[in-house]
Design a protein around this ligand. Structure first.
Ligand SMILES: O=P(O)(O)OC[C@H]1O[C@H](OP(=O)(O)OP(=O)(O)O)[C@H](O)[C@@H]1O
Ligand SMILES: Nc1nc2[nH]cnc2c(=O)[nH]1
Length: 185
């Protein structure tokens, strides 16, 4: 079905801004300090979770002043919907992970099933340790397991349907530099 671009533009205009550009920048700066302290001597392999992790990784990685390698994997469970279903692996990791420190970067930990499945897979492939970093932790009690959090979190944000900073609305607005909630969702 063709996308109604006017509706996409209206969604952005009517959205609530829950974290402005300054808040996102400050969160990235904090994350960079914490990730550096933890991983600067670990020669990590950094996995970007496509598509949502793309913008987060592009903004965080240049702030990390130590040697690291970057790779990507692609797993999705939302598609264009606002509710998640089964995880669909589109590109699995291909690197040799045995003995490696791995850092997974994604835009959001919502219910956490995506990150939980990715971490389980990377561990099964022999990674020495798997750490996770997300720009956004969504505040609710429906996590894959109680109290689930990433190892590094940029911002805790309300239980709304979000877009911007890598998160999409109907496939659009991943490019928005701040974090918005769709009106009514
Ligand atoms: O914590 P969860 O409830 O599992 O949801 C989080 C996942 O949902 C989004 O991906 P999505 O499936 O929308 O694919 P995308 O990255 O291509 O947008 C997001 O990028 C995370 O990977
Ligand atoms: N765009 C977007 N993707 C998600 N995946 C899981 N939660 C969200 C969300 O709030 N927004």
């Amino acid at each position: 079905m063709a996308v109604d671009l006017q509706e996409i533009i209206r969604a952005r205009e009517e959205a609530d801004c829950l974290a402005d550009e300054a808040a996102v920048e400050a969160a990235l700066a904090r994350l960079a300090v914490d990730v550096t302290a933890r991983l600067q001597h670990s020669n990590p392999l950094v996995y970007v979770v496509m598509n949502g992790g793309l913008i987060f990784a592009g903004r965080l990685l240049p702030r990390l002043p130590f040697p690291l390698e970057v790779a990507y994997l692609h797993a999705t469970r939302y598609g264009l919907a606002t509710h998640g279903t089964l995880l669909d692996w589109r590109v699995r990791p291909t690197q040799d992970l045995r003995g490696r420190s791995v850092l997974v970067l994604d835009d959001i930990l919502d219910e956490g099933y995506t990150l939980a499945a990715i971490v389980e897979h990377l561990r099964a492939e022999g990674a020495r340790e798997v750490l996770t970093a997300v720009l956004v932790h969504k505040e609710h009690e429906r996590k894959a397991y109680p109290g689930m959090r990433a190892d590094f979190t940029g911002l805790d944000i309300a239980d709304r349907f979000l877009f911007g900073c890598g998160m999409d609305y109907q496939g659009y607005w991943r490019n928005a530099p701040a974090i918005y909630a769709v009106k009514g969702l």
